[in-house]
Design a protein around this ligand. Structure first.
Ligand code: PLP
Length: 352
């Protein structure tokens, strides 16, 4: 049977009116991939059961589609003609796609020069009006929050509660895919903190056990870890380059209630985890998406998490093709050879 999208699949758990028509791209139903080689690299011989929730396989290439189907569905239901968001890129691409499908005008504000190429390309292709702000994501979010006070425009950032309603379906899927139980550890990147808040709502509502949450922030953009706003957040993981998360308190409550951990990892550690995902498991993600794996690796190494016999799920939030520039910069350039067999055989026999 074909998958109908997250609202139809989990409608009994979502507060939509019965008559509300759904705007969907059949998002969700992403694979939960067992990662034994990566588990062995992170915790040799410990019997860690590690799974990757590959959210990059959603229709616009990130988990944001789960929340966006809900936010746009509700916006249409309430009669909106225009939607707006501030974004580091993935929210914008997702809003642009779902707005196109619903026939809405879509404005997206992005921080100047800090949006990855694949995200910008998608926004433009979907026909969104892309506005580049001389400022950070936090500046852009403050602007759109003020704008929607004065104009009849629907805000589809994760301050919109419908985004969390949609995103919590990720927790339902993980429980279903694990055969009806939550993992011991749920690891993910934390930027604006909507996703960690939504997952916690989802696990609680589903009632099949609760994981401990492990949130990873980039060292240069770690307000939750330092307990203060970061004025100029910096990290190559642009999706989590956020200094003043909108869901700050909700995320702290979720972390606390779960007996969880929030930690900062360096860009080098994020890239190391990003490389392991691709090279040990064949799973290509954008850098921010590897932050949950980097956090798990760090906490195991520090002895804060005992991996023995534990089940851990790392949410991989966005696809690697979102940020091709970083991928190319991180690698050696391709080998060049003349078009002849001897040269190729010479290369083959080379020490690697
Ligand atoms: C949005 C996003 C995040 C951060 O999610 P929050 O809900 O803002 O914490 C992480 N990774 C990717 C790829 C994202 O697009």
């Amino acid at each position: 049977m074909s998958w109908p999208g997250v609202i139809s699949a989990y409608r009994a758990y979502l507060p939509f009116a019965e008559s509300t028509p759904i705007v969907s791209l059949n998002e969700g139903n992403t694979p939960l991939i067992r990662a034994d080689r990566l588990a062995e690299a992170l915790a040799p011989g410990a019997g860690l059961q590690l799974y990757l929730k590959y959210e990059g396989l959603n229709p616009t290439g990130s988990f944001k589609d789960r929340g966006m189907t809900a936010a746009i569905t509700q916006a249409v239901h309430e009669g909106a003609r225009t939607v707006i968001c501030a974004s580091t890129g993935n929210t914008a691409a997702s809003a642009a796609a779902y707005a196109a499908r619903a026939g809405l005008r879509c404005l997206v504000l992005v921080p100047q020069g800090k949006i990855a190429l694949g995200k910008l390309a998608a926004c433009l292709a979907y026909g969104a009006e892309v506005i580049s702000i001389d400022g950070s994501f936090d500046d852009a979010l403050a602007l759109v929050r003020e704008l929607v006070q004065r104009h009849p425009i629907a805000l589809v950032n994760s301050v919109n509660p419908w985004r969390l309603e949609g995103q919590k379906t990720g927790a339902f899927e993980i429980v279903d895919q694990l055969g009806g139980r939550a993992p011991d550890w749920h690891c993910l990147p934390v930027g604006n903190a909507g996703n960690i808040s939504a997952y916690w709502l989802g696990y609680q509502q589903y009632g099949r056990g609760l994981p401990r949450l492990l949130g990873g922030q980039a060292a240069g953009a770690a307000p939750l870890v330092h307990g203060r706003v970061i004025e100029r957040p910096e990290t190559l993981a642009t999706a989590i380059r956020i200094g003043n998360p909108a869901r700050w308190q909700q995320a702290l409550q979720a972390l606390d209630a779960s007996g969880g951990i929030v930690t900062a990892v360096t860009d080098a550690a994020i890239l190391a985890a990003w490389r392991l995902l691709a090279r040990l498991e064949g799973v290509f993600v954008e850098p921010a998406s590897a932050t949950g794996v980097a956090a798990l690796q760090q906490q195991i190494a520090l002895g804060e998490i005992d991996p023995a016999g534990q089940t851990a799920v790392c949410v991989l939030t966005g696809h690697g093709l979102k940020d091709p520039d970083t991928a190319v910069q991180q690698a050696a350039p391709p080998h060049r050879l003349p078009a002849d067999l001897a040269a190729l055989e010479g290369y083959l026999g080379r020490e690697t």
